[in-house]
Each structure stands twice: as C-alpha cells, then as structure tokens.
Design a protein around this ligand. Structure first.
Ligand SMILES: Cc1cc2nc3c(=O)[nH]c(=O)nc-3n(C[C@H](O)[C@H](O)[C@H](O)COP(=O)(O)O)c2cc1C
Length: 125
C-alpha cells in the first residue's frame, strides 16, 4: 500500500471484530490512514461494534484518514478527532483529547451521544 507494498503488522490483543467498541489511533501517511493500520483494519473487518478514531498528522490528510477508517470498518468513527503532531507535542491537544475521552465515557452510558469536533480547519486537515 505504501509504495505499493502491503506492510506486515503484528497484533496480540483481543479480536477487534469481537469488541463492543474499538478506538483506532493512527498517523496519517501520504495523505491517508497509515498503510499498516489500513492493512490491520482490512484483516479484521467486519467490525460488529462501534468505532472511534484519533488520527495524528503533520498538517494534511486527517479527514481522509478518518474516511479510510469508516470505509475499512464499515462504521462512521464517533467520536473522531484529527490532531496535529505539533499540538500533541506542545500540549495544545490536551483539551480536545479530554473532550474525546469524555465523549467515550459518556457514550458508555448514553449511546446516542456523538461528538465530532469541528475545531480544526478542513483546509488544513
Ligand atoms: C511515511 C510518512 C508519511 C507521512 N505523510 C503525511 C501526510 O501526508 N500528511 C501529514 O500531515 N503528515 C504526514 N506524516 C507525518 C505523520 O502523520 C506525523 O508525523 C504523525 O504525528 C506521526 O505519528 P507517529 O509518530 O505516531 O508515527 C507522514 C509521516 C510518515 C513517516
């Protein structure tokens, strides 16, 4: 996938396809979800539970990466967050990450609560 290669990946956790909720955390590579995570999701589809996502990028491709997650899992990620690497490193992402975690916790008791933050410019993501 990256440079037309299919990367190998190793995973030893529970089968994601059996999980009630899966949180995908992955970087953006070449404007898309990183190739090893695309392969991982492809290998474990279909997903029976719900899906959330955090994608980290330098500047562009985060929304496309979330589209990749939606396509590969068959679920719209919610909550979904796109972060810039520099904001993670500086601590500026702490607030949106806390809101993300709160939305996940809230979701466990109120499944209808879905938060899709719109704090980042679509021009950049
Ligand atoms: C092969 C490769 C391709 C990348 N392509 C993009 C890109 O298209 N857009 C972007 O904003 N960042 C891109 N980046 C930067 C990463 O998304 C960013 O550094 C991210 O924070 C890396 O997360 P990690 O440290 O968990 O791997 C790329 C990084 C690598 C290694």
């Amino acid at each position: 996938m990256l440079l037309h290669r299919t990367p190998a990946c190793r995973y030893e956790g529970p089968l994601p396809s059996d999980c009630v909720h899966v949180v995908v955390v992955a970087p953006v590579w070449l404007g898309r979800l990183a190739a090893p995570m695309r392969k991982f999701l492809l290998d474990h589809a279909p997903f029976s539970g719900s899906v959330s996502a955090v994608c980290v990028m330098a500047s562009r491709g985060g929304f496309r990466a979330e589209d990749d997650i939606a396509f590969l899992t068959g679920k719209t990620p919610a909550p979904a967050l796109v972060l810039k690497q520099r904001d993670v490193q500086s601590g500026a992402a702490a607030e949106p990450l806390a809101a993300f975690a709160a939305a996940l916790r809230n979701r466990q008791t109120r499944p209808e609560a879905i938060v899709r933050p719109a704090w980042i410019s679509p021009r950049e993501a």
